[in-house]
Design a protein around this ligand. Structure first.
Ligand SMILES: Nc1ncnc2c1ncn2[C@@H]1O[C@H](COP(=O)(O)OP(=O)(O)OP(=O)(O)O)[C@@H](O)[C@H]1O
Ligand SMILES: [Mg+2]
Length: 249
């Protein structure tokens, strides 16, 4: 299997506060990775570093075998940010415009969107169940509907790997099920590598083939096919809080 992402001896801090301490992690083509961990443990930060939005203090990152500094193929990488959907109601763009905008990096700034590209836009909207909203203004949709449009926006550029930061926050249970079905389809049938941060440990342990647990500035990676129960690692990361979680379910 091809290695898509290779993180070696990665450390990072905001100002002087260390958030990630000597992290090593590899993502292979076809992986479905779940990233879990308490609030403030550094999950979003790790994603932002991998996406080149933050510079690591120490260590090296390779994307598709290339050192990050010389990596140019960003179209291969999709990203749905935490709380991506929080649009001002007066934002003057339609759903299809928001999705099509993510095609411009491929098209070049002055090339016109052709019929073929609009078909890709509608295909992506269809996948997330938002095709009939194409002409609506993005600002007039509900938060969950906006979130789905953002996922379509990521899909339209045909990425090979998609990073999602808590994508189902604010989405109702039925739509969450559809969404996880969609991710499964992307992963199994379209061979897109999935990396998802989520607090829904039940879903993550069910869907992902590997789970990365963030805690105490360290990352513990668990293979769901191994014989070790994941609860061991989760209680290491969450401590007492994990017992509280158990009570709730
Ligand atoms: N821009 C910033 N400047 C300074 N500190 C920051 C910044 N962004 C995040 N932090 C701090 O870094 C730590 C890690 O934040 P991060 O957003 O990566 O956590 P997280 O694991 O994604 O949490 P959550 O589950 O709440 O989304 C937190 O203590 C946070 O307060
Ligand atoms: Mg976060």
């Amino acid at each position: 299997m091809d290695t898509i992402l290779e993180i070696k001896n990665l450390s990072f801090g905001y100002n002087d506060k260390l958030i990630l301490d000597n992290i090593n992690f590899e993502i292979k083509s076809g992986d479905y990775i779940g990233i879990v961990g308490p609030n403030g443990s550094g999950k979003s930060t790790l994603l932002k570093i991998v996406l080149g939005l933050l510079k690591p203090t120490k260590g090296s990152i390779k994307l598709f075998g290339q050192p990050m500094d010389s990596f140019k193929d960003w179209g291969k990488i999709g990203y749905v940010a935490q709380k991506a959907a929080s649009f001002n109601t007066s934002f003057p763009a339609t759903v299809e415009e928001v999705v099509a905008a993510n095609l411009y990096p491929q098209l070049g700034l002055f090339k016109r969107i052709k019929k073929y590209h609009m078909e890709k836009v509608y295909e992506a909207l269809e996948l997330v169940g938002m095709k009939e909203y194409s002409k609506r203004l993005i600002g007039n949709l509900s938060g969950g509907q906006q979130q789905r449009v953002f996922i379509a926006r990521t899909l339209v550029s045909s990425p090979q790997i998609i990073f999602l930061d808590e994508p189902t926050v604010g989405i109702d249970i039925q739509s969450q099920d559809n969404f996880y079905e969609l991710l499964k389809n992307l992963n199994e049938n379209m061979h897109i590598t999935i990396v998802m941060i989520s607090h829904d440990i039940g879903v993550i342990t069910e869907k992902a083939n590997r789970v990365a647990c963030m805690g105490e500035k360290k990352l513990i990676v668990h293979d769901m096919n191994s014989n070790v129960p994941i609860s061991k690692i989760l209680s290491e990361v969450y401590g007492e809080k994990m017992n509280l979680l158990d009570h709730h379910h």
